[in-house]
Design a protein around this ligand. Structure first.
Ligand SMILES: [Zn+2]
Ligand SMILES: [Zn+2]
Length: 247
């Protein structure tokens, strides 16, 4: 981890250690520090890291032996505009709870835990590749004001600090607020997302390779809509990384 990433973690650590007892905020039983994101080693052991085999395109893991090439149901039903999508872990149990409370209840103490999951999966993969920018999935300004932070932007900051790839926060904008996606079908999500994003009109792209960061990947509707506008503006490649994957 770079010095900047370490200093980000230390700031969170110093800020929180003053207020909270060193107890895991998931099970509320075991010991966990601010640096652990208040998630103990027992709760961490329940996190399921996504390992191959998975769909080359959207990263959906599958099990069992396939004698014929694997045809991913997610990719078959969606028109996906990114080159590839990968997630660090499965969005269930501990991870789902931490992300939900981080995002909707402002439980910022989980951030080092979530950033750590992302970095431990991304760093071995990205080390071999070269990228021009990291772009977080933006929130609409109204939602940003209401939530006070953009979780994708914060996680992208850790990734930028750890890899040295510059963050670009001006390139992509959310121009239309979108309703909460959880109760929508796949098709409704895609339609909902289609006109939500735009690239800054002053931006000039020429084949850049972009890492697009979000907290959770569900069907890919959100990240695909972002990739679509980035590519239309001239991006050469868009690879999505998220902390968690909904299955
Ligand atoms: Zn615990
Ligand atoms: Zn797929």
């Amino acid at each position: 981890m770079t010095a900047l990433a370490e200093s980000l973690l230390k700031q969170v650590d110093a800020g929180l250690a003053f207020f909270y007892p060193e107890t895991c905020q998931i099970c509320r039983m075991e010991r966990a520090t601010a640096g652990d994101g208040y998630v103990c080693s027992h709760c961490r052991s329940q996190v399921h890291f996504i390992k191959p085999p998975f769909c080359e395109r959207c990263g959906l893991p599958y099990s069992g032996d396939f004698t014929t090439p694997f045809e991913c149901t997610n990719c078959r039903e969606m028109e996906l505009h990114f080159n590839s999508a990968r997630s660090a872990v499965v969005a269930h149990n501990v991870v789902r709870e931490a992300i939900h409370r981080y995002k909707y209840q402002r439980a910022l103490w989980f951030e080092p835990f979530l950033a750590d999951l992302l970095l431990s999966a991304v760093l071995p993969t990205l080390r071999e590749q070269s990228w021009d920018f990291i772009v977080p999935v933006p929130l609409h300004p109204l939602k940003h004001r209401e939530r006070e932070f953009n979780q994708a932007e914060r996680l992208a900051t850790y990734l930028g600090a750890a890899t040295g790839v510059p963050l670009n926060l001006k390139l992509l904008r959310r121009i239309r607020p979108t309703a909460t996606q959880t109760r929508l079908t796949r098709q409704q999500r895609a339609a909902n997302m289609r006109a939500a994003f735009a690239v800054c009109p002053r931006a000039r792209l020429d084949g850049e390779r972009i890492i697009l960061v979000d907290d959770v990947f569900t069907t890919g509707a959100t990240t695909s809509a972002c990739a679509q506008v980035l590519k239309a503006a001239g991006a050469g490649e868009v690879c999505v990384w998220t902390v968690a994957r909904g299955l």
